[in-house]
Design a protein around this ligand. Structure first.
Ligand SMILES: Nc1ncnc2c1ncn2[C@@H]1O[C@H](COP(=O)(O)OP(=O)(O)OP(=O)(O)O)[C@@H](O)[C@H]1O
Ligand SMILES: [Mg+2]
Length: 353
């Protein structure tokens, strides 16, 4: 097991900011921690790294218990088998690139020849093979970030922790570096936690996503599962664009909105009564209005906005009670009368929050 966290609690001034969380990360797996600002992502990471002392819980890294409140085990950060990349990179400006990357090995009192070899290899891996002697002050943001990654992997840790490592980079460099981090993580097969509040980053990078809110875990699952089957409204909105329809669920599990449209779902509804039907923009099909009675899982509407996104259109379609977004390669003019339809497998009912 790469990382195991059980019953973790971290409080500041008596207020829990990490509130009894449990999760496990398999060997070589990349899990994103996704959630709004202040939900406890950095604090969770710092507890695993040993930079904070939790009030209770147990943390194991690569099978070794590094923190256990009950038995009083607290392993020092430098003795935990981890590498960490911070949002700020934390590159030391007075040191060369080589010395920055060598630091974790010097702390571990490794022999000079081994340090030379390992630092060289780590810098090669991040594409900075020619930068050994460069002063850290003469690096671009993207290069500093690579130095931080090289320093995190140089001692071949069992676990990598990333805290929003790309947030200081411009959009293009961010896309490129994200792909490189994923590639590197796969090659090294190192269990990784990747903190972000960028849903696209979490969806594209992760084996699984852990959605946090107010110090607790709302859902842990594959990107596909979290996108298609969120547990609640919060998760639905954190991961991907969401269309919601106010409906009333009957005892048989079907729902109607007050305009009389009927929604069927392939999944067990959360109970009867007021709820919201969630259908993602890519799961609403748009077509011409055939007229007459439409039947279930169909809504009449008018195209209010059409944006050409290159390869597909993004529409805003006004129906009687909502104006969902729809992605489609089919072309309809603004003001066109259309019918939106969806599959029962792409509609889920969530309780109102
Ligand atoms: N040293 C500290 N002393 C007191 N409160 C703290 C301390 N560090 C963090 N907090 C509080 O704990 C909560 C969680 O903070 P944390 O940094 O873990 O959030 P985060 O999810 O990483 O947010 P962000 O996305 O903004 O980085 C916040 O309310 C924060 O104000
Ligand atoms: Mg943070």
């Amino acid at each position: 097991m790469g990382i195991s966290v059980k019953g973790l609690v971290k409080q500041y001034a008596g207020k829990p900011v990490v509130d009894h969380i449990d999760f496990e990360i398999a060997d070589g797996e990349l899990v994103s921690l996704l959630g709004p600002s202040g939900c406890g992502k950095t604090t969770t990471l710092r507890c695993i790294a040993g930079l904070e002392t939790p009030e209770s819980g147990r943390i194991a890294i690569d099978g070794e218990v590094v923190f256990d409140a009950d038995s009083g085990v607290v392993v020092e950060p430098y003795h935990r088998n981890i590498g960490m990349v911070f949002q700020s990179y934390a590159i030391w400006p007075h040191m060369t690139v080589f010395e920055n990357v060598a630091f974790p090995l010097r702390v571990r009192r490794m022999a000079a020849a081994d340090i030379e070899r390992r630092v060289g290899r780590a810098l090669e891996r991040v594409g900075l093979g020619a930068f050994h002697d460069r002063s850290s002050q003469q690096l671009s943001g993207g290069q500093q970030q690579r130095v931080a990654v090289a320093r995190a992997i140089v001692h071949e840790p069992a676990v990598l922790l990333f805290d929003e490592p790309l947030s200081n980079l411009d959009a293009r460099l961010r896309d490129q570096t994200r792909a490189e981090i994923r590639q590197l993580q796969r090659e090294l097969r190192v269990s990784t936690i990747y903190v972000t509040h960028d849903q696209t980053e979490a969806l594209s990078l992760s084996d699984r996503i852990l959605v946090m809110h107010d110090g607790r875990i709302r859902q842990l699952g594959t990107p596909e599962a979290i996108y298609a089957r969120p547990n609640d409204m919060f998760v639905a909105e954190v991961v991907g664009a969401a269309n919601f329809f106010d409906v009333t669920v009957d005892d048989r599990g079907a729902a109607t909105d007050t305009s009389g449209a009927t929604f069927h779902t392939a999944f067990a509804p959360p109970g009867s009564g007021p709820a919201r039907a969630l259908i993602r923009p890519d799961k609403l099909l748009i077509g011409p209005d055939p007229g007459g009675d439409l039947g279930p899982n169909r809504l009449r509407g008018t195209v209010r906005q059409r944006l050409f996104m290159g390869g597909y259109y993004e529409y805003v379609v006004e129906t009687r009670l909502a104006s969902p977004r729809v992605l489609s390669s089919a072309e309809f003019a603004e003001k066109a009368q259309v019918v939106l339809s969806f599959d029962s497998g792409d509609c889920i009912f969530l309780l109102k929050e």
